[in-house]
Design a protein around this ligand. Structure first.
Ligand SMILES: [Zn+2]
Ligand SMILES: [Zn+2]
Length: 174
């Protein structure tokens, strides 16, 4: 913050002389009230003098009035940025932001790890399901083969029975 050359303190309600030097509004007002006669004043810094008597605006044609400016002008300076690094509260905020960022990165990393683990798990489950399906098919095939063999054996038994019966009948006849 700039300082006022009259009160040597931080500028309060900064107000500029036409020369461009800036002082507190109250400092300028007090120095003007001390003047006698109240006609001209000078800048405390560069000693340039300025008339205090302004033209009666009512006498100026309306379209020319914007060209007549007051000798002193209030300045509206932007406050210094609250995020300046010298501000201890902003240091704290920066530290919080950094810790939040690292926390976020850690969460993202662990979420990726969990997603990978879930993918592996899903793949394992899929593999297990495929294995079960294959085993079931194999068992069904074996069962079908056994059934076929059983039918075959039954058929053979029947043939054999017929043969036995026929041979007994033959023996009975003889
Ligand atoms: Zn001042
Ligand atoms: Zn000046």
């Amino acid at each position: 913050m700039s300082t006022c050359a009259i009160c040597l303190d931080a500028l309060k309600s900064p107000t500029a002389f036409p020369c461009g030097h800036v002082f507190c509004y109250n400092c300028i007002a007090q120095s003007i009230h001390k003047l006698n006669p109240l006609s001209t004043t000078s800048c405390p810094t560069c000693r340039a003098s300025f008339p205090l008597v302004s033209i009666n605006a009512a006498l100026v044609p309306p379209h020319l009035r914007p060209f007549f400016l007051a000798p002193f002008r209030r300045l509206y300076l932007d406050d210094p940025s609250p995020s300046a690094p010298s501000d201890p509260s902003s240091f704290k905020q920066a530290a919080q932001l950094a810790s939040l960022r690292s926390e976020n990165a850690a969460l993202r990393q662990s979420s990726t790890a969990w997603r990978r683990r879930a993918e592996v798990h899903a793949a394992t489950a899929l593999g297990l399901a495929a294995f079960l399906r294959m085993a079931r098919t194999q068992m069904r095939e074996e069962r079908d083969a056994l059934r076929k063999r059983e039918e075959d054996l039954q058929r053979r038994e029947m043939v054999l029975n017929k043969y036995v019966c026929a041979s007994r009948m033959f023996l009975a006849i003889c």
